[in-house]
Design a protein around this ligand. Structure first.
Ligand code: HEM
Ligand code: HEM
Length: 189
Protein backbone atom coordinates (compact mmCIF):
# COMPACT_ATOMS: atom_id res chain seq x y z
CA UNK A 1 0.00 0.00 0.00
CA UNK A 2 1.38 3.47 -0.93
CA UNK A 3 1.61 6.04 1.83
CA UNK A 4 -1.25 8.15 0.35
CA UNK A 5 -3.45 5.04 0.17
CA UNK A 6 -2.52 4.24 3.75
CA UNK A 7 -3.40 7.84 4.79
CA UNK A 8 -6.77 7.62 3.02
CA UNK A 9 -7.53 4.27 4.67
CA UNK A 10 -6.54 5.64 8.08
CA UNK A 11 -8.78 8.69 7.60
CA UNK A 12 -11.68 6.48 6.49
CA UNK A 13 -11.24 4.28 9.56
CA UNK A 14 -11.07 7.33 11.85
CA UNK A 15 -14.26 8.84 10.39
CA UNK A 16 -15.98 5.45 10.45
CA UNK A 17 -15.05 4.79 14.07
CA UNK A 18 -16.96 7.83 15.39
CA UNK A 19 -20.70 8.17 15.90
CA UNK A 20 -23.01 10.90 17.05
CA UNK A 21 -24.67 10.27 20.43
CA UNK A 22 -28.18 8.68 20.43
CA UNK A 23 -29.98 11.94 21.31
CA UNK A 24 -28.31 13.85 18.44
CA UNK A 25 -29.21 11.00 16.07
CA UNK A 26 -32.87 10.88 17.21
CA UNK A 27 -33.20 14.66 16.97
CA UNK A 28 -31.58 14.66 13.48
CA UNK A 29 -33.98 12.09 12.01
CA UNK A 30 -37.01 13.58 13.79
CA UNK A 31 -36.09 16.98 12.31
CA UNK A 32 -35.70 15.49 8.82
CA UNK A 33 -39.07 13.67 9.04
CA UNK A 34 -40.87 16.78 10.34
CA UNK A 35 -39.40 19.07 7.65
CA UNK A 36 -40.51 16.74 4.82
CA UNK A 37 -43.96 16.22 6.43
CA UNK A 38 -44.41 19.99 6.87
CA UNK A 39 -43.43 20.73 3.27
CA UNK A 40 -45.96 18.20 1.95
CA UNK A 41 -48.63 19.38 4.45
CA UNK A 42 -47.97 23.04 3.46
CA UNK A 43 -48.20 22.35 -0.28
CA UNK A 44 -51.46 20.42 0.07
CA UNK A 45 -53.44 22.84 2.31
CA UNK A 46 -55.20 24.29 -0.75
CA UNK A 47 -56.34 20.81 -1.87
CA UNK A 48 -58.88 20.92 0.96
CA UNK A 49 -62.26 22.59 0.49
CA UNK A 50 -62.61 26.11 1.88
CA UNK A 51 -64.05 26.35 5.37
CA UNK A 52 -63.53 23.72 8.07
CA UNK A 53 -61.54 21.17 5.98
CA UNK A 54 -58.95 23.80 4.99
CA UNK A 55 -58.87 25.26 8.52
CA UNK A 56 -58.16 21.77 9.90
CA UNK A 57 -55.45 21.12 7.30
CA UNK A 58 -53.80 24.49 8.05
CA UNK A 59 -54.13 23.96 11.82
CA UNK A 60 -52.44 20.56 11.49
CA UNK A 61 -49.56 22.19 9.56
CA UNK A 62 -49.24 24.82 12.30
CA UNK A 63 -49.39 22.21 15.10
CA UNK A 64 -46.68 20.05 13.49
CA UNK A 65 -44.71 23.28 12.90
CA UNK A 66 -44.80 24.02 16.63
CA UNK A 67 -43.53 20.50 17.35
CA UNK A 68 -40.64 21.17 14.94
CA UNK A 69 -39.97 24.51 16.70
CA UNK A 70 -39.59 22.59 19.98
CA UNK A 71 -37.38 19.95 18.36
CA UNK A 72 -35.11 22.60 16.75
CA UNK A 73 -34.67 24.48 20.05
CA UNK A 74 -33.96 21.18 21.87
CA UNK A 75 -31.49 20.18 19.17
CA UNK A 76 -29.56 23.46 19.31
CA UNK A 77 -29.46 23.48 23.14
CA UNK A 78 -28.38 19.82 23.15
CA UNK A 79 -25.64 20.47 20.57
CA UNK A 80 -24.28 23.47 22.48
CA UNK A 81 -24.42 21.83 25.94
CA UNK A 82 -23.91 18.08 25.70
CA UNK A 83 -24.19 16.67 22.17
CA UNK A 84 -21.20 14.93 20.65
CA UNK A 85 -19.57 17.05 17.94
CA UNK A 86 -17.49 15.29 15.34
CA UNK A 87 -14.73 16.80 13.21
CA UNK A 88 -15.64 17.23 9.53
CA UNK A 89 -14.08 14.97 6.91
CA UNK A 90 -10.69 16.37 5.84
CA UNK A 91 -10.25 18.78 2.92
CA UNK A 92 -12.62 20.87 0.84
CA UNK A 93 -15.47 18.33 1.09
CA UNK A 94 -15.37 18.59 4.89
CA UNK A 95 -15.47 22.40 4.79
CA UNK A 96 -18.39 22.27 2.33
CA UNK A 97 -20.23 19.84 4.64
CA UNK A 98 -19.69 22.09 7.67
CA UNK A 99 -20.94 25.12 5.70
CA UNK A 100 -24.01 23.13 4.61
CA UNK A 101 -24.73 22.08 8.24
CA UNK A 102 -24.53 25.74 9.34
CA UNK A 103 -26.86 26.74 6.49
CA UNK A 104 -29.35 24.00 7.45
CA UNK A 105 -29.46 25.20 11.09
CA UNK A 106 -29.94 28.78 9.86
CA UNK A 107 -32.72 27.76 7.46
CA UNK A 108 -34.48 25.70 10.15
CA UNK A 109 -34.60 28.68 12.51
CA UNK A 110 -35.62 31.09 9.70
CA UNK A 111 -38.38 28.93 8.17
CA UNK A 112 -39.85 28.00 11.57
CA UNK A 113 -39.70 31.67 12.67
CA UNK A 114 -41.36 32.80 9.43
CA UNK A 115 -44.01 30.08 9.78
CA UNK A 116 -44.95 31.24 13.28
CA UNK A 117 -44.94 34.89 12.11
CA UNK A 118 -47.11 33.85 9.15
CA UNK A 119 -49.76 32.26 11.39
CA UNK A 120 -49.72 35.28 13.74
CA UNK A 121 -49.93 37.94 10.98
CA UNK A 122 -52.71 35.99 9.23
CA UNK A 123 -54.59 35.62 12.53
CA UNK A 124 -55.32 31.98 11.72
CA UNK A 125 -58.20 30.04 13.26
CA UNK A 126 -56.87 26.94 15.06
CA UNK A 127 -59.19 23.92 14.64
CA UNK A 128 -62.17 26.23 15.31
CA UNK A 129 -61.06 26.41 18.99
CA UNK A 130 -59.56 29.86 18.92
CA UNK A 131 -58.27 32.58 16.63
CA UNK A 132 -54.70 33.83 16.96
CA UNK A 133 -54.99 37.58 17.68
CA UNK A 134 -53.20 39.32 14.81
CA UNK A 135 -51.31 42.58 15.39
CA UNK A 136 -51.89 43.65 11.74
CA UNK A 137 -55.41 42.59 10.69
CA UNK A 138 -55.59 44.76 7.54
CA UNK A 139 -51.98 44.73 6.39
CA UNK A 140 -52.33 42.60 3.24
CA UNK A 141 -48.90 43.50 1.75
CA UNK A 142 -47.17 42.36 5.00
CA UNK A 143 -49.24 39.17 4.99
CA UNK A 144 -48.21 38.44 1.38
CA UNK A 145 -44.56 39.24 2.08
CA UNK A 146 -44.32 36.89 5.10
CA UNK A 147 -46.29 34.19 3.25
CA UNK A 148 -43.95 34.38 0.25
CA UNK A 149 -40.80 34.39 2.40
CA UNK A 150 -42.06 31.35 4.34
CA UNK A 151 -42.97 29.49 1.11
CA UNK A 152 -39.62 30.42 -0.48
CA UNK A 153 -37.64 29.39 2.62
CA UNK A 154 -39.55 26.08 2.75
CA UNK A 155 -38.46 25.30 -0.84
CA UNK A 156 -34.84 26.34 -0.17
CA UNK A 157 -34.59 24.13 2.94
CA UNK A 158 -35.94 21.16 0.99
CA UNK A 159 -33.39 21.69 -1.81
CA UNK A 160 -30.52 22.21 0.68
CA UNK A 161 -31.54 19.12 2.67
CA UNK A 162 -31.81 17.14 -0.60
CA UNK A 163 -28.25 18.11 -1.61
CA UNK A 164 -27.05 17.31 1.94
CA UNK A 165 -28.75 13.88 1.76
CA UNK A 166 -27.23 13.19 -1.68
CA UNK A 167 -23.78 14.04 -0.28
CA UNK A 168 -24.38 11.60 2.61
CA UNK A 169 -25.41 8.85 0.17
CA UNK A 170 -22.38 9.60 -2.07
CA UNK A 171 -20.12 9.24 0.98
CA UNK A 172 -21.68 5.86 1.64
CA UNK A 173 -21.76 4.47 -1.90
CA UNK A 174 -18.77 6.09 -3.62
CA UNK A 175 -16.26 7.18 -0.96
CA UNK A 176 -17.18 4.38 1.50
CA UNK A 177 -15.68 6.48 4.33
CA UNK A 178 -18.39 5.79 6.91
CA UNK A 179 -19.66 9.41 7.21
CA UNK A 180 -23.31 8.31 6.78
CA UNK A 181 -22.90 5.72 9.54
CA UNK A 182 -22.03 8.48 12.01
CA UNK A 183 -25.73 9.44 11.87
CA UNK A 184 -27.22 5.91 11.75
CA UNK A 185 -29.09 4.73 14.88
CA UNK A 186 -27.88 1.65 16.75
CA UNK A 187 -24.19 2.10 15.90
CA UNK A 188 -23.30 4.66 18.55
CA UNK A 189 -20.25 3.91 20.65
C1 HEM B 1 -39.37 23.71 8.14
C2 HEM B 1 -40.61 23.86 8.55
C3 HEM B 1 -41.75 24.24 7.63
C4 HEM B 1 -41.93 23.95 6.30
C5 HEM B 1 -41.02 23.12 5.39
C6 HEM B 1 -43.18 24.57 5.91
C7 HEM B 1 -43.72 24.53 4.64
C8 HEM B 1 -44.80 25.27 4.19
C9 HEM B 1 -45.28 25.30 2.84
C10 HEM B 1 -44.66 24.54 1.66
C11 HEM B 1 -46.38 26.12 2.82
C12 HEM B 1 -47.23 26.47 1.59
C13 HEM B 1 -46.63 27.68 0.94
C14 HEM B 1 -47.24 27.96 -0.41
O1 HEM B 1 -46.75 27.34 -1.39
O2 HEM B 1 -48.15 28.78 -0.47
C15 HEM B 1 -46.60 26.60 4.16
C16 HEM B 1 -47.61 27.46 4.54
C17 HEM B 1 -47.84 27.86 5.84
N1 HEM B 1 -47.09 27.51 6.94
FE1 HEM B 1 -45.43 26.38 6.98
N2 HEM B 1 -43.73 25.22 6.98
C18 HEM B 1 -42.89 25.03 8.06
C19 HEM B 1 -43.07 25.49 9.35
C20 HEM B 1 -44.18 26.21 9.77
C21 HEM B 1 -44.42 26.64 11.15
C22 HEM B 1 -43.47 26.39 12.33
C23 HEM B 1 -45.61 27.31 11.16
C24 HEM B 1 -46.35 27.94 12.32
C25 HEM B 1 -46.32 27.46 13.54
C26 HEM B 1 -46.10 27.35 9.79
C27 HEM B 1 -47.25 28.00 9.36
C28 HEM B 1 -47.68 28.10 8.06
C29 HEM B 1 -48.85 28.86 7.65
C30 HEM B 1 -49.79 29.66 8.55
C31 HEM B 1 -48.94 28.72 6.25
C32 HEM B 1 -49.99 29.36 5.34
C33 HEM B 1 -51.07 28.39 5.03
C34 HEM B 1 -52.01 28.87 3.94
O3 HEM B 1 -51.58 29.64 3.07
O4 HEM B 1 -53.15 28.43 3.96
N3 HEM B 1 -45.20 26.66 8.97
N4 HEM B 1 -45.62 26.08 4.98
C1 HEM C 1 -34.66 18.01 6.23
C2 HEM C 1 -33.74 17.08 6.30
C3 HEM C 1 -32.41 17.21 7.01
C4 HEM C 1 -31.91 18.22 7.79
C5 HEM C 1 -32.57 19.54 8.17
C6 HEM C 1 -30.57 17.81 8.20
C7 HEM C 1 -29.70 18.57 8.98
C8 HEM C 1 -28.45 18.20 9.40
C9 HEM C 1 -27.54 18.98 10.20
C10 HEM C 1 -27.84 20.42 10.69
C11 HEM C 1 -26.42 18.25 10.44
C12 HEM C 1 -25.20 18.69 11.26
C13 HEM C 1 -25.17 17.94 12.58
C14 HEM C 1 -24.27 18.63 13.57
O1 HEM C 1 -23.06 18.59 13.41
O2 HEM C 1 -24.82 19.23 14.52
C15 HEM C 1 -26.60 16.98 9.77
C16 HEM C 1 -25.69 15.95 9.78
C17 HEM C 1 -25.81 14.80 9.03
N1 HEM C 1 -26.88 14.45 8.21
FE1 HEM C 1 -28.58 15.51 7.95
N2 HEM C 1 -30.29 16.57 7.68
C18 HEM C 1 -31.40 16.18 6.94
C19 HEM C 1 -31.54 14.99 6.25
C20 HEM C 1 -30.57 14.03 6.10
C21 HEM C 1 -30.67 12.84 5.29
C22 HEM C 1 -31.92 12.45 4.47
C23 HEM C 1 -29.48 12.17 5.42
C24 HEM C 1 -29.02 10.87 4.78
C25 HEM C 1 -29.27 10.44 3.60
C26 HEM C 1 -28.64 12.91 6.32
C27 HEM C 1 -27.40 12.54 6.74
C28 HEM C 1 -26.58 13.23 7.62
C29 HEM C 1 -25.28 12.76 8.08
C30 HEM C 1 -24.58 11.47 7.67
C31 HEM C 1 -24.79 13.75 8.96
C32 HEM C 1 -23.44 13.74 9.68
C33 HEM C 1 -22.42 14.35 8.76
C34 HEM C 1 -21.05 14.44 9.37
O3 HEM C 1 -20.83 13.89 10.43
O4 HEM C 1 -20.18 15.09 8.76
N3 HEM C 1 -29.33 14.05 6.72
N4 HEM C 1 -27.84 16.98 9.15
Amino acid sequence: MTSSNADAAATATAVHAEHYDPTTIRLHWLTAALVVTLWIAGKTIDWFAKGDPRIYARSTHIAIGLVLALVVVTRIVWRVRSGRRLPPAPGLAGSAASAMHGLLYLLLVAVVGLGITNAVIRGDVIYGWFTIPTPAPHDLPLRHLIGHLHAWGANVILIAAGLHALAGIAHQLLLKDGVLRRMVPGRES
